[in-house]
Design a protein around this ligand. Structure first.
Ligand code: HEC
Ligand code: HEC
Ligand code: HEC
Length: 114
């Protein structure tokens, strides 16, 4: 094996190991916290949303989401639950067909920071 291939293998393994440990629910590298609706979420007693970008990026092409579903800028999307329930935004896939339905609040509303 030449050096470049060796480094590629080391790098890919490191990423794979990183992914093994990335299943927790607190925000980490590659996660995007969605908290524009902080006030309403507080009232409803749910935490801000953690969107695991990498988890989705490795499963879908960028253009599946950008820009048909999400503007490619943090905080630029005005998302609410009614829209999700109607099959918009996250609900385009979290509809019980492509992915689980938006009934399990804590799976998305999982931000453990302040
Ligand atoms: C499943 C949907 C989905 C896929 C697939 C996806 N993204 Fe995103 N992306 C999002 C969401 C949601 C946000 C957050 C937008 C917000 O904060 O309102 C985002 C945000 C971003 C941002 C802005 C981050 C920032 O800090 O401003 C960039 C850049 C980005 N995506 C690039 C990509 C690239 C490149 C790919 C493909 C490799 C990709 N995305 C695939 C959903 C997706
Ligand atoms: C293009 C389709 C698509 C969109 C859009 C999408 N998701 Fe997902 N998401 C999936 C799929 C597929 C899974 C895996 C489902 C499974 O394992 O059964 C998933 C899984 C997840 C998980 C669990 C990740 C894990 O570690 O198991 C979370 C959390 C999540 N999505 C949040 C969101 C949020 C929040 C949004 C909107 C900002 C969103 N998703 C938009 C397709 C999508
Ligand atoms: C698939 C992911 C997902 C699931 C599951 C989910 N939400 Fe949300 N929710 C979001 C996203 C994304 C936002 C927008 C957050 C922001 O931008 O501040 C949001 C926003 C909200 C808001 C504030 C906006 C509004 O519509 O009033 C409330 C309240 C809320 N969710 C409650 C809930 C409850 C209760 C559940 C369970 C029945 C739930 N959510 C399940 C992703 C999800």
């Amino acid at each position: 094996m030449n050096k470049r291939i060796l480094w590629a293998v080391v790098f890919v393994s490191a990423v794979a190991v990183g992914m093994l440990f990335s299943g927790q629910s607190h925000a980490e590298y590659g996660d995007i916290v969605l908290d524009r609706k902080m006030d309403s979420m507080k009232k409803a007693n749910v935490k801000p949303v953690v969107f695991p970008h990498w988890f989705h990026r490795i499963r879908f092409k960028c253009k599946v989401c950008h820009e048909d579903i999400f503007i490619i800028k943090k905080g630029a999307n005005d998302i609410n639950m009614q829209a999700i329930m109607e099959g918009k935004f996250c609900g385009r896939c979290h509809n019980g067909l492509t992915a689980w339905e938006p009934l399990y609040c804590d799976r998305c509303h999982s931000y453990e920071g302040k």
